[in-house]
Design a protein around this ligand. Structure first.
Ligand code: GDP
Ligand code: MG
Length: 163
């Protein structure tokens, strides 16, 4: 019995870096959907001994046509719907952007519970963005650094209720 975690957020916030950290070399499946340049990746994750399935996504822009953006959005929809919990990442160094707000609004309308992760929080440069992210209405952000592996224990605590 395991649970599934979807990693979502706008491009460049560190989703794939987090995915790689959680999955390491145990990457099981690469979904290369025809026509989608950025594939959805899924793998078996381990976080401080806790095991779960994790889905990486490409992030989306709003789109109402058949464009790559529309298909990326479809990919995010599918990942969110099939997950037990969503990790929404922001780049705390960049602060909250309009696209982050758009993602948060979208996620608040979905049934899947969301954990907000303020990535790139190593050092002090992420602190203002982390506090700003309370305004997204997704609850308390988990300060994190996917690149440096900081915040793993806090992420563990946030995910534990879903295990
Ligand atoms: P994605 O588009 O959301 O999948 O983002 P990526 O995982 O591809 O990362 C985008 C960029 O952010 C890359 O240059 C990463 O090295 C960088 N990055 C990811 N995590 C961190 C972090 O914790 N701190 C910093 N400073 N950079 C990070
Ligand atoms: Mg990525």
């Amino acid at each position: 019995m395991t649970f599934t975690v979807a990693i979502v957020g706008r491009p460049n916030v560190g989703k794939s870096t987090l995915f790689n950290r959680l999955v390491g070399r145990r990457l099981a499946i690469v979904h290369d959907m025809p026509g989608v340049t950025r594939d959805r990746r899924e793998g078996a994750a381990t976080l401080l001994g806790m095991e779960f399935q994790v889905i990486d996504t490409a992030g989306f822009e709003d789109a109402h046509d058949d464009s790559i953006e529309a298909r990326m959005r479809h990919q995010t929809d599918t990942a969110v719907a099939s997950a037990d919990v969503v990790l929404m990442l922001i780049d705390a160094r960049a602060g909250v952007t309009p696209l982050d707000a758009h993602f948060a609004e979208y996620l608040r309308k979905q049934k899947t519970p969301v954990i907000l992760v303020a990535n790139k929080c190593e050092g002090k440069a992420g602190a203002p963005g982390m506090y700003e992210s309370y305004g997204l209405g997704l609850g308390e952000p988990v300060p994190f650094s996917a690149e440096h592996g900081e915040g793993l224990a806090d992420l563990f605590d946030a995910l534990r209720p879903f295990a």
